[in-house]
Design a protein around this ligand. Structure first.
Ligand code: FES
Ligand code: FES
Length: 162
């Protein structure tokens, strides 16, 4: 970490497999840094209060609300955004199951689903329900989203990894 002598500091973030230098203020959220400094706008800015999950990213494989995470707290930890899951099976399952309407909530759901598939590959319906409660869909497409999540878990059983 290098101070530039002003109120800003240069830190290195590890995002989607790449190391990036970013200049931040100590109070900058990870969401701000991803969107404004790195141009990774897949994480959406909505409630900014931890309530909706639109800003979900993975930090060390754990789903986090990036609106409540400080950029400085993620130094040294791998961050994955929706841009890092291009061409992933999880993303394709959401498309195949029509689990996208306006798409605003979709990156957050996909990242949350990716973490669920890694941590609870045999999740039952109630675990899926509970896990996905951290994300809201304003278009209320929950049925299709659940079908997509189930399809991801099913694919994983059949040997898919991504
Ligand atoms: S924008 Fe972060 S939880 Fe809503
Ligand atoms: S698809 Fe529109 S908010 Fe979920």
């Amino acid at each position: 970490m290098i101070s530039n002598g002003t109120s800003k500091t240069v830190i290195q973030l590890h995002v989607n497999g790449e190391t990036k230098d970013v200049m931040i203020r100590s109070g900058d959220t990870l969401l701000q840094t991803l969107r404004v400094q790195l141009g990774l706008t897949g994480a959406k800015s909505a409630c900014q209060n931890g309530d909706c999950g639109a800003c979900t990213v993975l930090v060390n494989g754990e789903p986090m609300h990036s609106c409540l995470s400080l950029s400085i707290e993620t130094v040294g930890q791998p961050v994955t955004t929706i841009e890092g899951l291009n061409n992933s099976t999880v993303k394709q399952m959401f498309v195949d199951k029509w689990a996208i309407q306006c798409g605003f909530c979709t990156p957050g759901f996909i990242l949350n689903c990716h973490a669920l598939a890694n941590k609870h590959p045999n999740a039952d319906d109630s675990t899926i329900e509970e896990w996905m409660q951290s994300n809201l869909c304003r278009c209320t497409g929950y049925h299709e989203i659940k079908e997509a999540v189930k399809a991801v878990l099913q694919n994983q059983e059949n040997g898919f990894v991504s």
